[in-house]
Design a protein around this ligand. Structure first.
Ligand SMILES: NC(=O)c1ccc[n+]([C@@H]2O[C@H](COP(=O)([O-])OP(=O)(O)OC[C@H]3O[C@@H](n4cnc5c(N)ncnc54)[C@H](O)[C@@H]3O)[C@@H](O)[C@H]2O)c1
Ligand SMILES: [Zn+2]
Length: 339
């Protein structure tokens, strides 16, 4: 991981190979100009609803037209959707071209562009087709955050809070201050620490068989809610990833209280910090039966039942807990109760 626009400029100016940028409408307008180059670009529609194989085909078609080879670099300039999808498209093009990530949303900087998972949604299931593949380089340039809409910033804070919840209470406390004050100016130091926490989990367990699954805290129910929302809402009206994960964190903290000894105090703390996501929701909230099919399809499951990463305390998490469906249903009811 490298930091700063200058490092990115140097990298782009010193490479002799063909570079092609991948952008969407927003990042073309707000981010691409900051890269100060005239590199050709491929533009895909923005939004989670376009994170699919059709968009990959579209990218491959344009790469072919631009005569890209394995030596060419696909520079993904965008949020988590573009980083995940661009990286997958790049890895498959001619069995693998070079992929460089330039995350432009807070969420992509601290999470999606770190750790080498890529993918697209398939048949309504989140990130169901993808690979583990480390990008050649990742550039974190906080200058891009200047144009990021507030609701997108919040999505990034949710993942940063999650990093604290599973592994570092003081990080959680520090991020919470920024999040609750709605600050646009998250420090590079906090971003770096979130990245370090994520890397701690991914480097020891690249293929997601053990402790990496702790990063999935809040995501078992979060992904199910997000998939369900994608299936019922019009384009770009769906619940965002960060929002869905915030709901997932509350629900899975509820389960942690029941099963892994999360104290009433810690549970209330988490609920109070994140309850704004439930109370302000102008989007329907599913019950257990609505998301059951998605939970059963979760990638962490082995054999029967649904597996969760759960909290013991704020700052301590373990993976691979089999949870009974009655408890999951109660957790979903709790979300309705909060609303
Ligand atoms: N691979 C992983 O490990 C991993 C981890 C977490 C999340 N994800 C994935 O990340 C995705 C969510 O990413 P996201 O929250 O960044 O959403 P996103 O990629 O949809 O970006 C959100 C919106 O912000 C716009 N945008 C991005 N940067 C901008 C900027 N600097 N200025 C103005 N507008 C900007 C985008 O065009 C888009 O409309 C989900 O698909 C999720 O599955 C992947
Ligand atoms: Zn996430």
């Amino acid at each position: 991981v490298q930091y700063g626009l200058e490092a990115l400029h140097t990298y782009l100016n010193t490479t002799n190979n063909q570079i092609i940028a991948l952008v969407d409408k927003h990042t073309l307008q707000d981010c691409y100009p900051k890269i100060q180059t005239d590199i050709p670009f491929i533009q895909v529609p923005y939004g989670e609803g376009y994170k699919n194989l059709n968009s990959c085909e579209y990218i491959w078609k344009h790469l072919t037209e631009l005569k890209a080879t394995r030596k060419s670099i696909l520079l993904c300039v965008g949020g988590g959707v573009l980083c995940d999808m661009g990286s997958l498209a790049g890895v498959l093009y001619q069995r693998g071209m070079r992929v460089v990530l330039c995350p432009t949303s807070l969420l992509a900087m601290v999470d999606a562009a770190i750790g080498g998972k890529n993918g697209v949604n398939f048949l309504g299931f989140k990130n169901y087709v993808g690979t583990f593949h480390q990008a050649e380089e990742t550039f974190i340039c906080t200058d891009f955050l200047e144009t990021l809409p507030n609701k997108e910033l919040v999505n990034g804070y949710v993942e940063m809070l999650k990093h604290g919840l599973i592994a570092d209470k003081s990080h959680y406390d520090a991020v919470k201050m920024f999040f609750l004050s709605n600050s646009k100016h998250v420090t590079e130091e906090l971003i770096k620490h979130s990245i370090a926490l994520k890397l701690q989990h991914t480097q020891q367990d690249f293929k997601d068989k053990g402790i990496r699954q702790r990063l999935n805290f809040g995501h078992t129910i979060g992904h199910a809610i997000e998939s369900w929302s994608l299936s019922i809402q019009e384009e770009n009206k769906e619940l965002s990833h960060g929002y869905s994960v915030a709901l997932g964190i509350i629900a899975e903290s509820f389960i942690s209280k029941r099963l892994t000894g999360l104290s009433e105090n810690d549970f209330n703390e988490i609920t109070v910090v994140l309850q704004g996501f439930v109370k302000g929701l102008d989007h329907p909230l599913p019950r257990y039966r609505d998301i059951q099919g998605y939970l059963i399809a979760d990638k962490k499951n082995v054999g029967e039942g649904v597996r969760f990463a759960l909290l013991h305390n704020i700052g301590e998490c373990t993976e691979n807990h089999l949870v009974n469906e009655d408890v999951i249903a109660d957790a979903m009811d709790y979300l309705h109760y909060l609303k």
